[in-house]
Design a protein around this ligand. Structure first.
Ligand SMILES: NC(=O)c1ccc[n+]([C@@H]2O[C@H](COP(=O)([O-])OP(=O)(O)OC[C@H]3O[C@@H](n4cnc5c(N)ncnc54)[C@H](O)[C@@H]3O)[C@@H](O)[C@H]2O)c1
Length: 443
């Protein structure tokens, strides 16, 4: 019997059991997609509190309602565990653990390697292991395979190995896990067939010829965004000097039905993906003696944006109010890296707070999605800061506000009515701009 036979039969009978490692922004919706198709899921997370939280029907994420998790648990098709040996029951194990950068801006694959070390202790013949975490080409075969083979089982003979990048876009109302086509790559025919069968249960699959092509596909998608956002950030600075509103320009440009995709400027780039993934390719390119000029240049522009926003604030404070930043009270409106979610990983807002404090400003923040700043990798010193109470009285105390995230449930009218200087980095005040144009600086 070949490696894939039993697996493919189970997929056909829809009796396949799916194990998901890492129950965060990616892992939880993935589990939900399988449960919706009546496929049994064992979710494993290294954090026992996370497993307990999910088993008690709480999502722990603002953009995923608790009801959705309760439905999964009530159906008795989903169970979370912190016990890795439970994964023995799974036929396909899909891994969605973090892949951040270390302090030297190098890929930190420790979550992936730790996962593989754990899996190696419990691996059984016939299983399919798929990495979904974003990473550089070669990770599946060069990094994961040798660790998994310490189990004594051999890849492509005893178990199958594949890669399928996650394209989840948390908070996007138009797309979710099961409506975003999934790129899948593996190095053997058996592994490709098994991975395709596992994902065909929930989503349309796009097969590529090997794991490294799938790994590269994800990087290309995110580097494309990284570079285009940098280009538009640079154009914003140029057009500002020419008294041209970049947002109006983009709205006009995007009426072209072909050859143009809209990207928007902002206070910098945040999030666990776009801000990080390009450097995974830079790292791997160096191994081949090559440089990634576009990525580095875009990095210079994007990571300088927070300083640029603060220098605009500084200019306007001194021009309009004859005030210095030192001693001024500044409200940062929006901490999340993008609108309508509670994720603040790598958010430029943290850097904005840091620079403001560096200049001696008194900084507070408001974010309806983030009542308190948790411990973050980049700025642990801000942990415990809490969102200000939203009232006219409170707002009136501030000399200036910076809109760093354009959450839709923020009352920008009240913000602009009560604070004299608003630096809007997202065009969040577009609808009310005419009424408050003397107070708003688009930057
Ligand atoms: N968040 C997104 O929008 C998004 C989109 C596309 C791709 N990705 C990629 O998906 C991967 C996961 O990201 P995420 O946002 O879901 O992360 P996350 O931090 O929300 O979730 C990761 C989960 O993995 C758990 N974990 C960590 N180490 C573990 C281990 N050794 N064993 C088991 N569980 C472990 C953590 O406790 C956490 O619950 C990353 O590579 C990321 O780049 C994320």
């Amino acid at each position: 019997m070949n490696l894939s036979e039993t697996f493919l039969q189970k997929a056909k009978d829809r009796t396949l059991v799916v194990g998901i490692v890492g129950l965060g922004y990616v892992g939880l919706p993935l589990a939900e997609a399988y449960v919706r198709e009546n496929i049994s899921v064992i979710g494993y997370d290294i954090n026992p509190a996370r497993a307990d939280q999910l088993n008690s029907g709480q999502s722990g994420m603002k953009h995923i309602a608790d009801d959705r998790v309760k439905t999964m648990v009530d159906k008795k098709l989903f169970r979370a565990t912190a016990n890795a040996s439970d994964l023995k029951e799974a036929d396909a194990i899909l891994i969605a653990v973090p892949t951040p950068l270390d302090i030297h801006h190098q890929p930190d694959l420790s979550y992936v390697t730790n996962t593989c070390e754990t899996l190696a202790k419990h691996l059984r013949a016939g299983q399919l292991i798929v990495l979904e975490s974003t990473t550089y080409p070669g990770t599946t075969q060069e990094v994961m395979r040798p660790i998994l083979e310490t189990s004594g089982l051999v890849a492509d003979k005893d178990f199958a190995l594949a890669y399928s990048p996650e394209r989840e876009d948390p908070g996007n109302p138009n797309f979710e896990t099961s409506t975003i086509p999934k790129v899948v790559g593996a190095d053997t025919e058996d592994a490709r067939a098994m991975a395709k069968a596992a994902y065909d249960l929930i989503v349309q699959t796009v097969m590529v010829s090997n794991a490294r092509t799938a790994e590269a596909t994800k990087l290309v998608e995110n580097i494309y965004r990284w570079i285009n956002i940098a280009a538009v950030n640079e154009m914003k600075i140029i057009f500002e000097k020419m008294d041209i509103d970049i947002w109006e320009v983009i709205d006009a440009a995007k009426t072209k039905p072909f050859g143009f995709q809209a990207f928007y400027p902002g206070p910098g780039v945040g999030g666990h993906c776009i801000r990080i993934d390009p450097y995974y390719l830079s790292f791997k390119a160096r191994e081949h003696g090559l440089s990634t000029h576009f990525i580095e240049l875009a990095g210079d522009i994007n990571t300088n944006m927070p300083r640029r926003i603060i220098s605009r604030l500084l200019e306007e404070l001194s021009l309009r109010k004859q005030k210095a930043l030192a001693g001024s009270k500044v409200l940062l409106c929006g901490l999340a890296y993008k609108k309508n979610i509670d994720d603040m990983r790598e958010s430029p807002s943290l850097e904005l707070i840091h620079i403001l404090k560096e200049h001696g400003a008194q900084v507070s923040y408001f974010d309806p999605f983030i009542p308190e700043i948790p411990e973050t990798r980049e700025h642990p010193e801000f942990a415990g800061m809490t969102s200000v109470h939203w009232s006219e009285e409170e707002l009136k105390q501030f000399d200036a506000a910076i809109i760093a995230t354009d959450h839709t449930n923020v009352d920008y009218d009240t913000l602009c009515s009560n604070i004299d200087l608003i630096v809007d980095t997202r065009n969040a005040t577009q609808e009310i701009f005419e009424s408050f144009s003397s107070k708003i600086v688009k930057a």
